[in-house]
Design a protein around this ligand. Structure first.
Ligand SMILES: *[C@@H]1O[C@H](CO)[C@@H](O)[C@H](O)[C@H]1NC(C)=O
Ligand SMILES: *[C@@H]1O[C@H](CO)[C@@H](O)[C@H](O)[C@H]1NC(C)=O
Length: 444
């Protein structure tokens, strides 16, 4: 196992606080639509007076996360029965003041529930823990108190499992009065440090794991909103899918809801069968790494136009899929082709100022509906994944609505299929079979 994962700037993906984009009907709609319109989304616009996240800050955090992911790969360069499923409702994290996606899980005996961010770009699960010896940020749920859980125990420094932290966190474990100490930091200098511990995990009241290994955080800082901590869904040994592999065979799926008022899901196990609408692409081995989920992009379309990008542009750096990166990052050569096609097909709308890393923004002040070209990704084995209408734009306000894609610095940097573009898709991670699956219309 190689050095692992950092990742995970906990950043908001929520464009929708100020302006909600309502997708009224997607493509393939009415019979009288022209061919051109079948390749476009019609989006209705209206103002929402909800409180405003600072978008420049969100994008800055997103960039920090991506830098941290890139630095991981830079180091690497040159080198049971699954009929049971546990289904958890997933919410847009803005309900707890965090932008990432959260689910509630139970911990301890007796069980108490915690809202946790789920992250496919890291491995260690942790929650803030009493007595918060150094520092806990404010969270919505009462903070986990190990002294009130009869099933809690510390992992000792002499335990071999203590050493698994090196690969799961990228940092060697510490030792304090014979208790194993973990430390994990994320892209934007958010971090959690505390005791490595085990306790009973409750995915649902009947899906429980008695000796779940997690971090009991005594010093936690960063942009986790009011979430109690984070669930690591990476591929490393300590991740939740790995620890529950005997039951779920490293199979999980989610759907990221398109707005704070809708609900998606995070489900472990295939529930006895995979929906026929799910199309699978093999997990990619480029880029290499024990934690991230690699995906081979082979092409993209905008409207009816296939972008003129040679396959070698995408394969130079490879790509990963990440639930914690907001904006999809493309090789600059691919981004230029996307931008140029998108701008051409959106030429009837006035451009606006760029927003941080986003350089293709529109001023929709004078429009109540806009018609937007459909964007599709093609992954290995010709799996077409059409991006939902709500996955195209990052909205600052109605006068600055930006194409939610950004270029990497270099074609050899790893690309990232981010969470804005994953909205409403059913996304399946099948670790045992080494494949990723996609279907449209997983949630609203
Ligand atoms: C875990 O270890 C810490 C540090 O030694 C200690 O303060 C705490 O009481 C221990 N908790 C349990 C339940 O053993
Ligand atoms: C919107 O319409 C007003 C009134 O016609 C005009 O002054 C303004 O420039 C328009 N704004 C944009 C961004 O097109």
């Amino acid at each position: 196992m190689a050095a692992a994962t950092t990742a995970a700037t906990i950043s908001s993906n929520f464009l929708s606080a100020l302006l909600l984009l309502f997708l009224v009907y997607a493509l393939g709609g009415a019979a009288d639509e022209s061919h051109q319109l079948q390749h476009r989304h019609t989006i209705h616009l209206h103002q929402d007076k909800a409180n405003i996240p600072t978008h420049a800050e969100i994008l800055r955090q997103d960039e920090a996360r991506v830098k941290s992911i890139h630095s991981k790969f830079a180091k690497n360069k040159g080198q049971g029965s699954i009929n049971d499923a546990a289904n958890l409702p997933a919410k847009d994290g803005s309900v707890v003041g965090s932008g990432n996606y959260i689910v509630k899980m139970g911990l301890g005996t007796p069980k108490k529930d915690y809202s946790l961010i789920f992250d496919t770009g890291s491995d260690l699960t942790w929650t803030q823990c009493q007595p918060c010896a150094r520092s806990c940020y404010e969270q919505q749920d009462p903070i986990f108190d190990p002294s009130l859980s009869s099933s809690y125990s510390n992992i000792s420094c002499s335990s071999t499992i203590c050493n698994a932290l090196t690969s799961a966190t990228g940092n060697s474990p510490g030792c304090s009065s014979s208790a194993c100490v973990y430390g994990i930091q994320y892209g934007d200098s958010s971090f959690s440090v505390g005791f490595f511990a085990k306790d009973k995990l409750w995915l649902t009241p009947r899906d429980t794991f008695t000796e779940f290994l997690f971090g009991c955080g005594q010093n936690n800082q960063g942009l986790f909103g009011g979430a109690a901590g984070l669930i690591g869904l990476g591929q490393d040994y300590l991740s939740l899918p790995s620890q529950t592999a005997a039951k779920y065979n490293k199979y999980f799926s989610y759907c990221l809801p398109s707005s704070p008022s809708s609900t998606g899901y995070l489900t472990f196990g295939d529930g006895g069968g995979v929906s026929k609408s799910v199309k699978f692409t093999p997990l990619s081995t480029i880029p290499p790494g024990p934690s991230f989920y690699g995906i081979d992009i082979i092409g993209m379309t905008v409207g009816s136009q296939k972008l003129p990008i040679s396959a070698s542009v995408f394969s130079a750096g490879g790509a990963i899929i990440d639930s914690g990166t907001v904006i999809t990052r493309l090789p600059p050569t691919a981004y230029e082709a996307l931008k140029s096609a998108f701008r051409k097909q959106m030429s009837q709308y006035p451009l606006a100022q760029p927003l941080s890393i986003l350089d293709t923004c529109y001023d929709f002040t004078n429009y109540s509906t806009v018609s937007v070209p459909k964007i599709s990704f093609f992954f290995k084995q010709d799996v077409e994944v059409p991006i939902d209408g709500k996955g195209v734009f990052y909205v600052n306000d109605i006068s600055q609505v930006c194409l939610a894609f950004a270029p990497n610095g270099d074609d050899t940097d790893v690309g990232i299929f981010g969470n804005t573009q994953q909205k409403t898709l059913q996304v399946v991670y099948d670790g045992a079979k080494g494949r990723l699956g996609f279907a449209s219309g997983g949630c609203s």
